[in-house]
Design a protein. Sequence first.
Length: 135
Amino acid sequence: DGYSYGVVTDVTLDNTRKYITSFVLDVKGQLMTLNGRYKSSLGKGSVVKIITGSKGVESISGLVEIKDTISDIDYSSVYAGGKKYSISEDVTVYEKSGENYTLIKFADIMGVSGKNVHAYMSTSSLDKVRVIITE
């Protein structure tokens, strides 16, 4: 059982447009397709947490973006809005270009700041930053 984190790169809706019948996810640079019937507000570009168990994927939930502009990133923290957010040891970092996401090294974003950098974590205040996307 475990967690992984990634980005929804595509969704397919059913004829009613109320249910998602297919998700395409980028998880640490690997594409994964999930087929089924999902009632979800997640869409293309959503940053997600995937929970897996013995029977495969058990659930997908959206991560929350840190709303304040990022002022700095160092080896252990993201700084935004006067607050310090711890970074997970296995943070996933993407560079977004258009609708494409490319996995990049964490070291490539050291000291990066501004409106083109986005950090995501779960809703728990105890959680760490799990995904960072730079544009």
